[in-house]
Design a protein around this ligand. Structure first.
Ligand SMILES: Cc1cc2nc3c(=O)[nH]c(=O)nc-3n(C[C@H](O)[C@H](O)[C@H](O)COP(=O)(O)OP(=O)(O)OC[C@H]3O[C@@H](n4cnc5c(N)ncnc54)[C@H](O)[C@@H]3O)c2cc1C
Length: 614
């Protein structure tokens, strides 16, 4: 910001503004250019598009590929699979829409240079599982980013978007966004005819297992700070299934993925005494969820449930049996390479703990909960569905448009569509990009009116924590605890503790109830009141402050949704102790919320689940 605090205001006009350039944002940027040759496409990213988002480190598998060219799967099969895994509740129209287009996305990735492994016998892509194909994916993100960079008029890196702007003349119409450059401090005002939010999911809203110096180590990317949810929530977009957080079974302490081990290396699990345990919990689970336990494959949450019950019964730790598979040198190589392309930290953890999986069966654990819409859960914004496929009740505008006019979303942002993963998120970005272009061409030609007062007020709010710190710092001579401000790390730890203890985190073994949620909401609202007193030492801490704002708003939404759904739909993800069973009669539905920023209230309602595919 310079020695004398000379902060610039940068005003940018765009036809389409893409917020967050991970997988979905790159897809949205690419496709917007394809359909909107004459349009001005601007993409804003808080990190650097080259290595940003959950795929930053690379991946070892693309988890969503139908293989229609070889008649391996059809889109309908994928909808059935996701519906089954989510205990019956998915937006089948949205899921089908992604599944029918996802193969073409993967073919583009290969064309752009992504090495996809092939089965030497069949020549087809090497399958890791029914939906997964294996890649040499260390450079997955740079490859995808290149396509987006070439498509955008301009990519603004290092801009953290803090708020959306609304049209001053038309209610419920988005008009752009504001944010700041995390390196220079410049204030950015983007005015746009359509906005696509693709700002990733939410880690660090529940207390992680790794605390203290290890707290940056989480399964989902630590920089996924819930902007995908907070930005739309704040302007009143309806959200869905925000209670549907995910808990993952992963290798202990490094969060190393287990998919390739189970699917490709054919490993399996045992309790601490070397016994198979999942079948022991069958009757118990059946009492809670009925026939859902008989589905194939067994839903992810129910497999977690057996794991948690076995550990609670005193028969941990749960281990993965790797010793057998690793005797095969090929499988041993695959096992290690699986981490090198994606979670190198797990290999380092094993080395540091003297674990050679050829000789020792490594421990597994269940993670803290995360909130996201692209993995095996489906929290996110309530979006209009595809014209040719969505039931009338799911259609009020353009495909992937939220309940705010001109506001679109993709990837982790959009709710109801689990199991899209990297390729499905890029595909949904393409779908949203195409629809946003159509919206601009047909309805949004006029540039929305942005009130200067609105963005100047926001500017003051955004930078206030720097001022709070500058003044409050004089009240202490040393240390970090001040009587007049709260540092982002303190606020984050307070948030994580509330969510952990009241909303079903690790310390309560994922258990909550109406009373705990009620108290949790009181404490979250107290934190919200204190957010005016955040102090930021520098621009980096200012970014942390706004990430905390976003995490807090998303957490409030999660807590309201969890309170509203009076059943335990996904045992293994979380439990309502006062409603321990799945209740299809009353809760085979989506939960929807709408936040009113003037009053701070969340209005809750139910929406029907339509089963379009048999
Ligand atoms: C550990 C791990 C393993 C995974 N393994 C696989 C796998 O094997 N196969 C597979 O297919 N998928 C896998 N996934 C899932 C896949 O990575 C996600 O589904 C996908 O990245 C989601 O895309 P997205 O665009 O919604 O979010 P992201 O790709 O995370 O992109 C979000 C972007 O928004 C930016 N952003 C956030 N907030 C702001 C803001 N306020 N202002 C501006 N920019 C912002 C971020 O910097 C980021 O670039 C894995 C994910 C993780 C974390």
């Amino acid at each position: 910001m310079g020695l004398f605090g000379g902060r610039k205001t940068v005003l940018v006009d765009a036809d389409i503004l893409v917020i967050g350039a991970g997988m979905a944002g790159c897809g949205a940027t690419y496709e917007s250019r394809y359909w909107g040759r004459e349009l001005k496409i601007v993409t804003v990213e808080k990190a650097n598009i080259e290595r940003s988002g959950a795929v930053a480190q690379g991946l070892y598998a693309i988890n969503c590929y139908m293989g229609m060219q070889w008649n391996e799967n059809q889109p309908e099969d994928h909808v059935r699979y996701a519906r089954n895994d989510l205990m019956g509740l998915v937006r089948e129209d949205l899921g089908y829409d992604i599944a029918r287009h996802v193969d073409s996305t993967v073919h583009k990735f290969e064309e752009w240079g992504l090495p996809i492994m092939r089965d030497p016998k069949t020549g087809r892509y090497q399958r890791e599982g029914k939906w997964q194909i294996m890649i040499h994916g260390e450079s997955y993100k740079p490859i995808v980013a290149e396509a987006a960079r070439k498509s955008a008029d301009k990519v603004y890196n290092r801009i953290m978007v803090t708020h959306l702007l609304m049209d001053a003349t038309k209610p419920n119409r988005v008009a752009g966004a504001v944010g700041f450059n995390v390196r220079t401090g410049d204030f950015h005002v983007f005015r746009a005819k359509a906005v696509i939010v693709s700002a990733g999911g939410a880690s660090h809203i529940f207390k992680p297992r790794a605390v203290g110096e290890g707290m940056g180590r989480t399964w989902y990317a630590p920089w996924s700070s819930a902007s995908a949810y907070a930005l739309p929530i704040e302007v009143g977009a309806k959200m869905t299934q925000m209670e549907n957080r995910i808990v993952l079974t992963r290798f202990k302490d490094g969060y190393g993925p287990v998919g390739a081990y189970f699917l490709h290396l054919k490993t399996y699990t045992q309790n601490g005494y070397g016994e198979e345990y999942e079948s022991k919990w069958y009757d118990h689970t059946k009492q809670l969820v009925g026939n859902y336990v008989d589905r194939h494959p067994v839903p992810t949450c129910l497999r977690n449930h057996a794991f948690l019950q076995e550990v609670a019964a005193g028969r941990g730790p749960i281990r993965m049996v790797t010793k057998e598979a690793f005797q095969d040198p090929h499988k041993e190589t695959v096992g290690w390479e699986n981490f090198l392309g994606m979670t190198i930290g797990q290999a380092v953890v094993w080395a540091s703990q003297n674990i050679d999986p050829k000789h020792i069966n490594p421990e597994l654990t269940t993670s803290e909960p995360y909130v996201m819409g692209s993995h095996a859960t489906c929290s996110g914004a309530w979006a209009s569905g595809p014209e040719d496929y969505a039931p009338a009740e799911y259609q009020w505008g353009y495909n992937r448009m939220m309940t705010v006019e001109g506001l679109f979303g993709a990837g982790d942002t959009i709710g109801g569509t689990a199991h899209k993963f990297s390729s499905g998120s890029f595909t949904e970005g393409r779908i949203a990009g195409k629809a946003a272009v159509k919206y601009v061409m047909e309805k949004g030609r006029a540039t929305p009116q942005v009130s200067e007062k609105e963005y100047r007020d926001l500017e003051r709010t955004i930078y206030q924590p720097l001022e709070n710190f500058r003044i409050g710092r004089n009240e202490i001579v040393a240390g970090t605890v001040s009587p007049s401000y709260l540092l982002p790390i303190h606020g984050l730890q307070r948030l994580e503790k509330i969510m952990d203890e009241y909303v079903g985190g690790i310390s309560t073994n994922y258990m909550t109830n109406g009373k705990l949620l009620e108290r949790g909401l009181e404490l979250l609202n107290m934190l919200k009141e204190d957010m005016d007193h955040m102090g930021a030492e520098d621009l980096h801490q200012l970014q942390r402050t706004w990430e905390l704002h976003h995490r807090l708003l998303a957490s409030l939404s999660v807590t309201h949704h969890t309170m509203f759904r009076e059943e335990t739909r996904w045992p293994g993800y979380y439990y309502r102790g006062d409603h321990l069973k799945l209740d299809d009669e009353n809760w085979h539905c989506f939960t929807l919320s709408r936040y009113d920023r003037a009053s701070g209230a969340f209005a809750m309602e139910k929406a029907p689940v339509y089963h379009i595919i048999d």
